[in-house]
Design a protein around this ligand. Sequence first.
Ligand code: NAP
Ligand code: ZN
Ligand code: ZN
Length: 347
Amino acid sequence: MPATKAYAALNPADPLVPFQFDRRETRPQDVQVEILYCGVCHSDLHQVRDEWGGSIYPMVPGHEIVGRVIKIGSEVKKFKVGDLAGVGVMVDSCRTCKNCKKEMEQYCVEDMTGTYNAMERDAVTIAQGGYSSQIVTDERYVYSISPKLDLAGVAPLLCAGITTYSPLRYAGVTKGMKVGVVGLGGLGHLGVKFAVSFGAEVTLISTSPSKQKDAERLGAHKFLLSTDAQQMKDADSYFDVILNTISANHDYKKYLDLLDLDGKLLIVGLPPEDPKVKPFALLKNRRSITGSMIGGTKETQEMLDYCAEKNIVADIEIIPIQQINEAYERMIKNDVRYRFVIDMKTL
Ligand code: NAP
Ligand code: ZN
Ligand code: ZN
């Protein structure tokens, strides 16, 4: 069994520490990937600290994985040794239910298998993520990556990228639509890039005045400071679509009020406590709230190909694995521009 070096959380309270475990032997449909970079998602932090409940330890986080194929099983079709490859938030699903058949495996009726903080489908192995030297995954859940793009900048596309691409596509975001993106973090900055590339008029809705310049550099047309009551009032009923990426506790009403007739609040942020919703804010303008979880295998590959065509990658700060605990603290302080990516050579 391939011995694997990693960093893991052993409980919700202590920092991540060096850790070693065995990956499974490569099965006929498996691809073994040497991990070169792994993005740091706010979901890693939520789960390490058990903010959603039910966390499984020891936990090797990381679901924004890119690297090089070092071994393939006898039946693998999509990859050969030496190819660049990516693994995202999901490593398995039942493969037979109606949603799996539509390649929307993230909505598998029997639940997808998360890349970490989950049990594999054998119900005995803990799935372990990308803060590690290598990963062995069925090729269905492994993506091809264009060598045209900066590889470290591609890593965050595997979660932050697809999580923002999918709901914006689902909402039919197109030329001329008024789109608000709430929160300029890992997800938000890619949400801005995608919405701009789809031709929308994009407004960053943020609590951080210091991010206005960056929002403009990323292509946003307008900036709305959500802590300024007058600015929020002036934007009442303005937007067609608002993508909410907030990681901290908050109420939805503040953002619902900004939606025009038939406007949609797209929820991707997962704060520890459930936000409040006022029915009156929904009734006005026939607004709706839609949740969205990452994307299926087909759409994830489509998104990666779209990024290669449009030259879209994340804005990143590369860190050695030894700085992961400090990176988490900086993420809580909202001090990340706009995604940490771990250089796995440092492991
Ligand atoms: P992040 O990089 O930490 O960004 C979160 C942003 O939220 C911050 O940059 C900040 O933006 C804003 N924010 C923070 N505290 C706030 C507050 N109290 N009120 C209003 N805004 C606040 O996090 P991320 O990695 O992008 O992840 C965002 C959320 O999405 C997390 O909850 C994560 O678990 C979730 N997520 C969901 C999926 C999915 O499939 N649906 C996938 C991945 C992640 P400003 O400074 O601009 O205000
Ligand atoms: Zn994530
Ligand atoms: Zn299924």
